[in-house]
Design a protein around this ligand. Structure first.
Ligand code: NAD
Length: 415
């Protein structure tokens, strides 16, 4: 059994963790590796290495720093199939979804290669009599990223390339549910011959998160995950004097007006609700029709029924499993809750049986119609392949409902 290691100061090292967790393929329940639960000592070793590395790295010119990123871009492109397969195996999303994720990750590397221009300063002449003013952008020091399970590759790349291109050093803590992807990435980063300590990885859960939030040399934290943990990370990080950007959960509404193109709209809505089995922060979740809704409802139902669910490396599969057995149980109980609230199940994805993958965490596309919009189902981030379908008489009422929603990731209108 593969036991994952941390990557600290340019070397692979064992964790000082007291416990190890299974890394599970959500389609088959196969245990693929053991990931360390982490230890404060692991964070200290990474932070110390990153702080030492910062002294040298910040003095290397931006133009030289980005040469490492050009090399990284090539390595990611050369290994994109293997990296995508790893994402499918540990997160369940399909191979095509995983590959699309890598394209987005690589775009971030490309963008960060523009840092020599992007981090230029400003100069203002005569801002007061006899006074000129200049502004320069400088690296902060050690930056850390705490990432979620649903984009094991892309989300760390929202931060890593920019942090190091700007002259910071970096620690990544991947989600303990999907630690294999960034382990593969660190194998590629190891080939870049970066100075020691520039990029480090520490595996684990809450112990590592707390270690990062408390460690005195860490200057900035980037978090992406659920709202409750985002709030925790933001509060604790800020209390310890760190800059924190914390991106939380979502519940995304879509309005469909009577004049919308039915075929195009239903295809986009269904792709959005069920892509990555609904485990995307931009997944549409509450679909609100305005006025006559018979044809659009029929079209959405038909496309939802046709959506093939299965193991993400198998051909013609459009949707994989949800991440854990616990997540499947939670989503099924939310569907039950919607029914108890008066919703009508138009398409029922509970009790999915995928031949060859009977143990997998599969839920097939599900539509619940007429759930109360002030109820629990409509107000909860489901993070699974479940559409709440509601009908409202006027566009004003639909927009008023959206504006009263506590989440704000995205809202769409089809007309
Ligand atoms: P999560 O909050 O469970 O985990 C995120 C990270 O926090 C992981 O690295 C995890 O190890 C750590 N963590 C978990 N529990 C913790 C605790 N008690 N104390 C300290 N750290 C803890 O999120 P997830 O389930 O991995 O990801 C799904 C969530 O992420 C959804 O809510 C989704 O909307 C959100 N998300 C948001 C965006 C965005 O851009 N806003 C993007 C992707 C995902």
């Amino acid at each position: 059994m593969l036991t994952l290691q941390n990557y600290i100061n340019g070397k692979w090292v064992d964790s000082k963790a007291g416990e190890y967790w299974d890394v599970v393929n959500p389609a088959s329940q196969e245990v693929m590796a053991k990931v360390p639960g982490g230890a404060a000592a692991d964070v200290d070793a990474a932070a110390t290495a990153a702080a030492a590395g910062f002294k040298e790295w910040k003095r290397i010119t931006p133009g030289k720093r980005i040469q490492y990123l050009f090399h990284l871009k090539r390595l990611l492109e050369e290994n994109i199939n293997e990296l995508s397969k790893t994402i499918t195996l540990e997160s369940g999303k399909t191979f095509a979804e995983a590959k699309a994720e890598w394209i987005r990750a690589i775009e971030n590397v490309e963008n960060a290669c523009g840092i020599p221009a992007l981090m230029q300063g400003d100069f203002s002449e005569d801002i007061a009599t006899g006074i000129d003013e200049y502004m320069i952008r400088q690296p902060l020091g050690v930056c850390a990223c705490i990432s979620p399970f649903n984009f094991p590759g892309m989300i760390p790349f929202w931060f890593l390339p920019y942090a190091i291109a700007c002259g910071n050093t970096f620690i990544i803590k991947p989600s303990e549910k999907v630690p294999l992807t960034m382990t593969k990435v660190m194998e590629l980063i190891d080939r870049l011959d970066l100075p020691a300590g520039v990029v480090n990885m520490v595996h684990g859960g809450k112990v590592v998160v707390d270690g990062l939030l408390e460690h005195p040399v860490i200057k900035a934290i980037s978090f992406v995950g659920s709202s409750a943990i985002a709030r925790y990370v933001y509060g604790k990080g800020a209390a310890n004097g760190k800059r924190v950007q914390a991106q939380g959960g979502a519940k995304n509404p879509v309005i469909i007006l009577p004049d919308a193109d039915i075929d195009m709209t239903s295809q986009i809505v269904v792709d959005s609700v069920y892509g990555c089995a609904g485990q995307r922060c931009l997944a549409a979740s509450t679909i609100i029709t305005v006025g006559d809704h018979k044809d659009i409802t029929e079209s959405i139902v038909e496309l939802s029924r046709k959506r093939t669910t299965g193991f993400g490396l198998d051909e013609n599969v459009l949707m994989g499993p949800v991440i854990t057995a616990a997540s499947k149980t939670r989503i099924n109980s939310l569907i039950d809750k919607g029914v108890a609230e008066g919703g009508k199940v138009l398409v029922d994805g509970r009790n999915a049986k995928i031949p060859g993958y009977e143990q997998g965490n599969f839920i097939q596309p599900t539509i619940i119609e007429n759930v109360p919009l002030n109820g629990e189902l409509a107000g909860t981030e489901i993070f699974g392949p479940v559409m709440s379908l509601a009908h409202i008489n006027t566009i004003e009422d639909a927009i008023a409902y959206i504006n009263g929603n506590k989440y704000g990731n995205m809202a769409c209108i089809f007309t």
